[in-house]
Design a protein around this ligand. Structure first.
Ligand SMILES: [Zn+2]
Length: 97
């Protein structure tokens, strides 16, 4: 009794019909692409989201004592924020708890 094994070409052709196999074949390129995107993201500083446009570009540009002297002594400060993307600005008063 002889068994005929399919050739490597036939096996690879058969595997191409299996969706999961296609993903496995594409994995090295996909991983390389993701590593590149991750490296780009790691280089950029991460800012909170802008309340106006929602992009992560909300940066504090100034911090100064706020209110009258008693409040200033208590540590009240006006924090000025500006969106690096859309330019929206706002001042938020920080009051220590
Ligand atoms: Zn914005």
């Amino acid at each position: 009794m002889s068994v005929s094994w399919p050739g490597l070409k036939d096996l690879l052709a058969l595997l191409d019909h299996w969706p999961a196999w296609k993903r496995i074949v594409q994995a090295p390129d996909r991983i390389e692409e993701l590593e590149k995107r991750l490296a780009e993201l790691e280089e950029k500083p991460i800012f909170p989201s802008c309340p106006h446009c929602g992009r992560p570009a909300w940066q504090m540009t100034e911090s100064k004592p706020a209110g009258r002297l008693p409040d200033q002594i208590k540590g009240h400060r006006d924090l000025r924020f500006r969106c690096l993307d859309c330019g929206f600005e706002d001042v938020i008063r920080r009051v220590p708890e």
